[in-house]
Design a protein around this ligand. Structure first.
Ligand SMILES: [Mg+2]
Length: 354
């Protein structure tokens, strides 16, 4: 395991002695009041509801208007993490950066077949280099084994099934992860299996759907379904779930997700990992979470409430978000990761910045 020194390590003592005011680097980038309220509503994992679902799905799917550009007002509130790179590093000065990365739409492109959401070798190299310097975790809705098979880097932490299934690089989280399994409710596993069978059979009637088994949760992808049939997908899934009140339905980018109704999400996974790494309650840690979807809002919200670190939304379009910064696509994520890893060699320059 590579050592994970603070950034830059020699500033740690000063940072502990005189910590930055909580939320200092957020003050210039407060979201719109209405955006905050909506994020709260969605981040709670609210069930997908009737007619609003269709419009909400269209609004959260950048591919519907892939050529649209960020509005100036939105970019002012969620500036590019690349354009703001130097000030972002200044905010992290003397603190331990911990990197959290979503997978689909963040490290890999959103593709029609979710089994083909392959990350590029260049992206893998960028993640590997970041992990050489900072603890790095992949936090995904997919099952842990599946996302590991995509990323293939043994030095990372992996939080699969929206954080319900966590494992560390040296297996030292393994014992604690068993607690997480317990919290996630392994009693749900047979129910998830049963619903997977029912949904797989039902979805055969709607061309283009794909039901993915993610151990603790299920994903019904409809990236390849005609827009006129999106509501049919939603209604079929909802009709199946009527018999399972202990499961809840949420949605992401052209995907419906079925999960146990327990209080566990990507935000909880972030908190759990920070605690496992020994950073709970410390003000010398600077978590960076990069994600593109609604489920990532739980993590953005945790960071905003902590007043530490930053959330970075990956989106080509303005979206309601609790993230402070933005990147437009996985290519920009790759560039950001490269710059972050490279900055470790630029510590003397950084020391002159503040
Ligand atoms: Mg994603």
């Amino acid at each position: 395991m590579t050592k994970h020194a603070a950034y830059p390590s020699e500033d740690m003592v000063a940072a502990v002695a005189a910590p930055a005011p909580a939320g200092r680097h957020f003050t210039s980038f407060q979201p719109l009041k209405s955006a905050s309220l909506d994020c709260k509503k969605h981040a709670s994992g609210a069930a997908v509801v009737g007619g609003s679902w269709f419009e909400s799905m269209k609004a959260s799917s950048p591919r519907c208007a892939a050529d649209a550009e960020h509005g100036d007002d939105w970019m002012e509130k969620h500036p590019s993490a690349l354009a703001s790179f130097e000030s972002l590093l200044a905010a992290a000065k003397g603190k331990q950066i911990v990197m959290f990365l979503d997978y689909d739409g963040t490290l890999s492109p959103i593709v029609e077949d979710p089994d083909r959401a392959i990350m590029s070798e260049e992206m893998r190299e960028a993640v590997r280099r970041v992990a050489e310097h900072f603890p790095t975790a992949i936090v995904s809705g997919r099952c842990r084994d599946k996302v590991f098979n995509f990323v293939k880097l043994t030095e990372l932490y992996y939080a699969g099934s929206h954080g319900m299934d966590i494992q560390g690089p040296a297996n030292h989280l393994q014992a604690t992860a068993e607690v997480v399994h317990f919290q996630a409710g392994s009693e749900f596993l047979p129910v998830i299996e049963e619903v997977f069978g029912t949904l797989t059979a039902k979805m055969e009637a709607i061309a283009g759907t794909k039901v993915e088994h993610n151990k603790y949760c299920l994903s019904v992808h409809f990236r390849c379904v005609r827009e006129e049939e999106w509501n049919a997908v939603n209604e079929e899934v909802r009709s199946v779930l009527k018999d399972y009140p202990n499961l809840k339905l949420t949605h992401g980018r052209k995907v419906l997700e079925i999960r146990p109704s327990i209080k566990w999400d990507k935000g909880k996974a972030l908190e759990f990992l920070l605690k496992s790494l020994g950073y709970a309650g410390r003000n010398d840690v600077f978590p960076i979470y990069i994600g593109d979807d609604r489920t990532d809002e739980d993590a953005f919200k945790v960071l905003r409430n902590m007043g530490q670190g930053i959330g970075i939304l990956v989106s080509k379009l303005p979206k309601e978000t609790a993230a402070s910064y933005s990147l437009s696509d996985p290519a920009e994520v790759k560039e950001f990761l490269r710059k972050l890893a490279k900055s470790k060699g630029d510590a003397p320059t950084m020391k002159m910045m503040t």
